[in-house]
Design a protein around this ligand. Structure first.
Ligand code: FAD
Length: 501
């Protein structure tokens, strides 16, 4: 078979780029190894009447004019139903102080003053400093979607239009967030570390300031919950591809790229089944940057410089608890989503693996659970290597899973005592689960941590060492979660075929 564009992988990134290309008249075929799309956003089980979200179920940039509205305005399908998450979440500190991220600036500042009396002015000042910087960057990203790789001319235009704030932005290019926390207490820094870890995968002493500013501002601008969760988004995108005449082939794993006889250019893909499919214009990989080179391009064709870079990049793994929670217990909590810091780790380096959990209940208007219950996903961080290195057989993996479950069960009850006995474990997921479902290297999820060596001009791009091979997804574009993945798909679709051309 011959197509203009082949998309490898049907995560949210692959589905979105295929949907955009198909509606723009490109003959496109997407190959997904699983029997449905959605990738790591939909790996959660559907069991005993529960439909879980794979993650926190908290989605950014659904406001008018933002990336999702822009995508769905082009597609021949209805936009999935979203509602504002109000509040987006509450941060619970180890001293049981709750800080809600909702409300207007005045309310939020009053909350900061009350929660952090020891550094009230510093805490308020930190947010006041970052808000205009983040807003300017967000406006610029809307105007020039591929902001990290904008041309000189585009950059000049942005700087001119943001003349008031541009010097502040440029002056902070090589700062970490921690450099701007000097007038705050260790408690406030942990409040920031917890949020940065969730949204940038790096704590304040490693996270690039500009990236951190946007990440911390996202919940203040508002976040959303999707009816039916990420599965609904994935199904809608699949429908959009088909409605526009694109092809989606599930249960169709791609083995590698196919090359021309001289080996100088990719001409298509070889499927695991032995079938060869040709692409006349481009191939888009929705695999992670490691897997795009390791599996599709082939390590022997990967340039040395790229190989060296890949070795230095590292992601986190996730350990998840899928819980059934009594409606009564859920209603005793201060919010449906709670980012709980379970330990200050005072005087030590921030340790997300043992001191942070995200509790996320399906909203009351979409409980995704049997009567009187709610589907809840608890997400935690874990170093992925440990789930692969030490196992001789399956029982060792199960034992490690059990040990982890017991540790988090205890921490969860200590952090959220309101839950009482009103919850049961339906299932867990480890990096091995993510690997088995998505084939992501070491089950690493959530993109690349945005430290200074990965941020800005140094970021991994959607372009690859092969001219007609592009990448979409959470390792190919800086940004947070599905909004960033969607953004990366728009950038690649525009590069292959701009809209209305
Ligand atoms: C615990 C957790 C919580 C999260 N919470 C949120 C949240 O609340 N909000 C948010 O916006 N984001 C959240 N995220 C992030 C978000 O889910 C991911 O960043 C996003 O889904 C990644 O999409 P992707 O398209 O980049 O890749 P993937 O989802 O990894 O998709 C890649 C696809 O390629 C397929 N594939 C792999 N190899 C092959 C092959 N050889 N041939 C064919 N197909 C192949 C895979 O099966 C998969 O479907 C969370 C992530 C995690 C792990």
């Amino acid at each position: 078979m011959v197509y203009e564009v082949i998309v490898v992988g049907g995560g949210i990134g692959g589905l979105t780029v295929a949907a955009l290309l198909a509606v723009r008249g490109v003959k496109v075929c997407l190959f997904e190894k699983e029997s449905r799309g959605g990738g790591c956003a939909v790996i959660a089980p559907e069991r005993f009447g529960y439909r879980f979200e794979s993650g926190a179920g908290l989605y950014a940039s659904w406001q008018p004019g933002e990336i999702h509205e822009r995508i769905f305005a082009e597609l021949p399908v209805a936009t999935p139903e979203v509602k504002a998450a109000d509040p987006p979440y509450v941060v619970r500190l180890p001293d049981m102080i709750d800080v809600s991220l909702g409300g207007d600036d005045e309310e939020f500042e009053a909350r900061l003053r009350a929660a952090f009396p020891e550094c009230a002015a510093g805490a308020v000042g930190f947010y006041r400093e970052l808000t205009p910087v983040a807003e300017a960057l967000q406006r610029a990203a809307l105007r020039v979607p591929d902001l990290p790789h904008a041309s000189k001319l585009q950059r000049m235009k942005i700087i001119a239009s943001e003349a008031r704030i541009a010097p502040r932005v440029l002056g902070r290019m090589d700062h970490t967030v921690a450099q701007h926390l000097q007038f705050t207490s260790p408690r406030f820094r942990r409040f920031i570390d917890a949020q940065l870890q969730i949204f940038t995968q790096r704590p304040s002493d490693e996270c690039a300031y500009l990236y951190g500013a946007v990440a911390l501002n996202v919940p203040r601008r508002g976040m959303y919950v999707i009816r039916g969760g990420a599965s609904a988004l994935s199904d809608t995108l699949t429908e959009a591809i088909r409605k526009s005449g694109g092809m989606v082939r599930f249960d169709a794993p791609v083995l590698r790229l196919a090359y021309n006889s001289s080996g100088s250019a990719a001409i298509g893909v070889d499927l695991l089944s032995g079938e060869r499919v040709t692409a006349t214009r481009a191939i888009v990989s929705n695999l992670t940057v490691w897997d795009t080179y390791g599996k599709l391009v082939g390590l022997n064709r990967t340039p040395d410089a790229v190989r060296a870079r890949l070795k230095k990049l590292h992601g986190w793994g996730a350990y998840l608890l899928y819980l059934g929670v009594d409606e009564d217990a859920a209603s005793r909590l201060p919010a449906e989503r709670i980012l709980a810091l379970t330990d200050w780790r005072a005087g030590e380096k921030f340790d997300p693996e043992n001191s942070l959990l995200m509790f996320s209940a399906a909203p009351s208007w979409d409980a995704r659970a049997p009567e009187g219950k709610r589907a809840v996903t608890v997400s935690t961080f874990t170093e992925p290597e440990q789930w692969f290195t030490f196992h001789q057989d399956e029982t060792e993996h199960e034992a490690q899973d059990q040990k982890m479950l017991e540790a988090w069960w205890e921490r969860l009850h200590a952090a959220l005592p309101e839950l009482g006995a009103g919850l049961e474990v339906i299932e867990t997921a480890t990096p091995r689960t993510f690997y088995e479902r998505t084939r992501r290297k070491l089950g690493m999820v959530g993109g690349l941590g945005q430290s200074l060596d990965v941020f800005g001009p140094a970021s991994v791009t959607h372009r690859t060492s092969l001219q007609n091979l592009y990448m979409v997804g959470d390792t190919a574009f800086p940004g947070q979660g599905i909004a960033a993945v969607t953004h990366s798909a728009l950038v690649v679709a525009n590069e292959i075929t701009p809209p209305n051309k």
